[in-house]
Design a protein around this ligand. Structure first.
Ligand code: BG6
Length: 525
């Protein structure tokens, strides 16, 4: 990650001067396994194209795509051009595309076939020696596994045994070799442990980048700046002042064309094990001693380790599963999950979950953290809301039956990224009435519309070897330890309990009771 945000010059902020410019990725060849897949088309290639246009890719940077589909280099480039055209706002600059296309190559074949690794070796060594001969620069190797989890292990084994990705114990070794692994990292605590053990046996931890794209989002990173570069909130960031925390990741889309993956995964593996627990740990962690990968990651793991496991008996009380039935999103009528293509007619896969977690530390004792995520909610909204305690005594006259609204600090992660704080004010009039008012910071309003995606941030970080925004092996295991009991309990869920919310609703009624038991209510983002 670059050291600071680049603040536009017209923003009246004196501290902007102290921030640094973004660093350029170091020279390397990025090998994408799964190059004809969705992730490459929708996220990776657009991110790389933007990075090149922003001058953040090294001159000596190329991509070798590897996929099963038979394609020549020029056909692969055509496909990637279509992918970019789909994602690109406005017309694509033809000369920029030409420069980008010149960096793309493709190798077709089966990942289980050793021949593919031999061909890859030839291409890598030829690119590396060309660069070295031309300007003496040493190219690194970045292997990106945009693959289904079932082939992570065999692919990592081939990369290691073929010598293409040797173990480098010295973090400063040149040329560097790094591996990016997409989620899900395992599908239970046990399988994550096995995968970690296998990875550890073949590579050094500093070579492994377990990616969680939520950590590359601007507002997520800003959470750390907000908490630790300001002094007014930290003193109240604890059980004495905070009543509870709500973390919501709502999506209006359904399962789209991903039922094959989603039927196996469900919302808990898809969103909770990674994105939501990462948001929770950034919200709850202690101040790290430095803005360095290990210092930040250690504090985050401590939070996960301190989460009280929900026992099998408690799951029904503290976790609510949901699945969408037929309904409407806005004016559009949409099918239920079980009617989506390739979904089982009596599927028990949850597309929604609400979970209450407690963190056993001095700071957070007694403060519930409510997490929820769902598909086919009324709108797309991801936010973290910190709900403060009510004043201990209220001396002002109040309207019968109407309580005051407690203060809420909200981090809007998407869309309309920003931060808002609401508080009570007196309505200006002769009588005495109170109303809730708010202060609102909007990223777009202050800095213009968002310019780069989470993947851009994270890809440059991989090239620079900065793992601050990536998940360490212990954090992955700590997260599975929290998730496993919920998954196990829901394995026995009777299919008749689902679906239990209509598309276009904010989840099942039981989720309201879950939060009401602590004297709270879900916010409508
Ligand atoms: C992915 C999940 O990790 O995150 C998807 O697999 C989900 O199911 C997506 O839709 C949400 O990401 P974002 O950035 O759109 O909030």
């Amino acid at each position: 990650m670059t050291e600071g945000l680049v603040v536009p010059m017209d923003v009246p902020n004196e501290s902007a001067a102290a921030l640094s410019l973004p660093e350029r990725g170091t020279p390397c060849t990025m090998v994408i396994f799964g190059a004809s897949g969705d992730l490459t088309r929708r996220k990776l290639v657009p991110a790389l194209f933007h990075l090149m246009n922003d001058g953040l890719l090294a001159d000596d940077f190329s991509v070798i795509g590897i996929g099963r589909g038979q394609m020549r280099d020029d056909e692969f480039r055509e496909e990637m051009r279509d992918a970019l055209a789909d994602s690109h706002e406005g017309a694509m600059d033809a000369s920029a595309w030409k420069r980008f296309a010149g960096r793309l190559e493709y190798i077709a074949g089966d990942l289980a076939d050793e021949a593919i690794y031999a061909r890859l070796r030839d291409r890598l060594t030829s690119l590396e020696s060309d660069t070295a001969a031309r300007n003496g620069v040493v190219r690194g190797r970045l292997f990106y596994l945009a693959l289904p989890p079932s082939v992570f292990e065999p692919t990592l084994t081939h990369l290691s045994e073929s010598g293409l990705a040797p173990r480098l114990d010295d973090a400063g070794a040149r040329p560097w070799v790094r591996l990016v692994i997409e989620k899900p990292f395992g599908r239970s605590l046990e399988s994550a442990r096995e995968l970690n053990a296998m990875v550890r046996a073949r590579f050094a931890e500093h070579q492994i980048f377990r990616i969680d794209h939520y950590l590359g989002k601007e507002t997520v990173q800003n959470l750390m700046v907000f908490r630790f570069a300001n002094s007014i909130f930290e003193p109240v960031w604890n059980r004495n002042h905070i009543h509870h925390v709500q973390i919501t990741a709502a999506e209006s889309v359904g399962v789209e064309h991903r039922a094959g993956y989603y039927e196996e995964s469900g919302v808990i593996r898809d969103m909770f094990q990674n994105h939501l627990l990462q948001l929770l740990s950034l919200t709850a962690m202690e101040p790290p001693v430095a803005f360095r990968a290990d210092a930040v990651r250690t504090e985050k793991v401590k939070v996960l380790d301190a989460i009280r496991p929900v026992t099998a008996d408690e799951v029904a009380r503290y976790a609510v599963p949901g699945q969408y039935g037929e309904g409407s999103i806005g004016k559009e009528r949409v099918p239920g999950y079980r009617e989506e293509p390739r979904v089982a007619a009596r599927s028990r896969t949850p597309t929604y979950a609400a979970v209450r977690l407690m963190i056993d530390t001095w700071r957070w004792q007694g403060v519930p953290f409510f997490l929820r995520s769902g598909k086919r909610m009324p709108r797309r909204a991801t936010e973290i809301a910190i709900r403060f305690r009510r004043p201990p005594l209220l001396m002002f006259p109040r309207t019968e039956g109407k309580d005051i609204s407690p203060n809420v600090l909200t981090f809007r992660i998407q869309p309309d990224e920003g931060i808002s704080l609401c508080f009570e004010v007196k309505v200006p009039d002769h009588d005495f009435r109170m109303a809730t008012a708010g202060m609102n910071f909007s990223y777009a309003g202050s800095f213009g519309p968002p310019e780069h995606s989470a993947y851009e941030t994270l890809l440059v970080d991989c090239m620079l070897g900065d793992a601050t925004l990536f998940t360490r092996s212990d954090a992955v295991e700590a997260a599975w330890r929290i998730i496993d009991p919920i998954l196990n309990a829901w394995d026995g869920l009777p299919p008749e309990r689902l679906p239990n919310y209509a598309a276009g609703e904010w989840g099942p009624a039981e989720a309201e009771s879950l939060i009401a038991a602590d004297g709270a209510a879900w916010r409508t983002p």
